[in-house]
Design a protein around this ligand. Structure first.
Ligand SMILES: *[C@@H]1O[C@H](CO)[C@@H](O)[C@H](O)[C@H]1NC(C)=O
Ligand SMILES: *[C@@H]1O[C@H](CO)[C@@H](O)[C@H](O)[C@H]1NC(C)=O
Length: 354
């Protein structure tokens, strides 16, 4: 009897330990080669590699998703950070830059935060070049965040404090500037939509803009003033016909604009003070977004209006102000995965989708 009892409890113990074996995690993490690099924006290049722009050091990094191997590229900036920058004391250390996109010409482009230049990386040679406007706009981009999006002839980017959308021509290396009609509008995030126009957010003016870059005309759509969840419209990178989705950074929501009617509506996020930063889209049409203060990744399912929040595996407490990973960058791909950048943890995370 005693023997049987012992056997039974051993079996029970075995069963428990089998049950307790952790499921293989969908998460993997990659630490950047330079300490305190501050990985910020990321994108998949046309070569299937992940390209990362760092916020705290002047480098770009390529991450090979199949091996996890990283390659680092120094950026030889020309302009010092603007003397009038709202972020003093940078010296020549860094541009506080956070925008990287692949050009239609196969090269990788990055914005340069407070230096107001365009960075170009040739993935085949590793060569990095920096281009500045002949007459540098002293207002330019005096705070770090701006954005870019590839067009057929060149790379669009925003100069938030200069109040212009600029287009850098891939071949001639010249710049064309499109002033935004509303003064001090704070143009920030952008995307070329299926209607052939460049749509962008106006972070300060609380509007969504539509640039016809052949005629130069800009149409602006005010965000309903009562929609507090869309305060500080920031990154606009998701299109799901007929909508473009953008983050409401200050107001804590996801907004969308119908590109045919110009109507704007919102999905207020259920976690307060999360600060939704960037958005990206998976093949099922979910709108994933990063939050600057939460140790989570999350997405909106537009068809149901439901938010799904996924805690990071080493998260002890996911609350604002407590160990925030300062996530800005989030992007779908390489592979069927969501990649996210943890600025203060100096690492890139990958979350495998099914
Ligand atoms: C910063 O960079 C500018 C432009 O390259 C250069 O003229 C200047 O001497 C540098 N300053 C320091 C402190 O390195
Ligand atoms: C831009 O404006 C031109 C001239 O009005 C027009 O022919 C063209 O269709 C417009 N393009 C877009 C994308 O709206």
């Amino acid at each position: 009897m005693a023997y049987l009892t012992a056997l039974t409890s051993t079996l029970a113990l075995l069963a428990t330990s089998v049950r307790a074996a952790p499921a293989p995690s969908r998460f993997s993490f990659y630490t950047l080669p330079t300490p305190e690099s501050g990985p910020c924006d990321m994108v998949e290049g046309h070569d299937g590699m992940l390209y990362i722009q760092n916020f705290l050091v002047d480098t770009l990094v390529r991450l090979d998703p199949s091996t996890g191997v990283t390659t680092e590229y120094q950026i030889p900036y020309n302009n010092p950070p603007a003397a009038t920058s709202v972020l003093p004391g940078l010296g020549n250390r860094t541009a506080l830059a956070c925008a990287i996109r692949p050009g239609d010409d196969g090269l990788i482009y990055a914005a340069s935060g407070v230096r107001n230049e365009i960075v170009q990386l040739d993935p085949a040679t590793g060569m990095v070049k920096v281009f500045a406007q002949p007459a540098n706009d002293p207002l330019g981009d005096l705070q770090p965040f701006n954005d870019m999006w590839p067009g057929p002839t060149g790379m669009f980017f925003s100069q938030t404090t200069g109040n212009v959308i600029s287009l850098f021509n891939y071949d001639s290396h010249t710049f064309q500037n499109y002033p935004v009609p509303t003064p001090l509008s704070g143009p920030l995030g952008m995307r070329l939509a299926s209607d052939g126009a460049l749509w962008f957010t106006e972070f300060i003016a609380q509007k969504i803009g539509r640039l016809n870059y052949t005629s130069g005309s800009i149409t602006e759509y005010p965000i309903p003033t009562l929609d507090l969840s869309l305060l500080g419209p920031a990154v606009l990178r998701v299109e799901e016909d007929p909508y473009l989705y953008f983050t409401g950074f200050v107001g804590d929501g996801i907004g969308r604009i119908d590109i045919h009617s110009g109507e704007i509506d919102s999905f207020p996020y259920t976690v307060p003070a999360a600060f939704p930063a960037e958005d990206t889209q998976d093949p099922k049409g979910n709108v994933w977004f990063s939050t600057a203060t939460q140790n989570t990744i999350q997405y909106l399912t537009p068809s149901t209006g439901k938010f799904t929040t996924i805690p990071l595996p080493d998260t002890v407490v996911a609350e604002p102000g407590l160990l925030p990973n300062a996530q800005i960058g989030i992007t779908y791909g390489p592979g069927n995965a969501i990649w996210f950048a943890e600025l203060s943890m100096n690492r890139i995370g990958r979350y495998a989708l099914s």
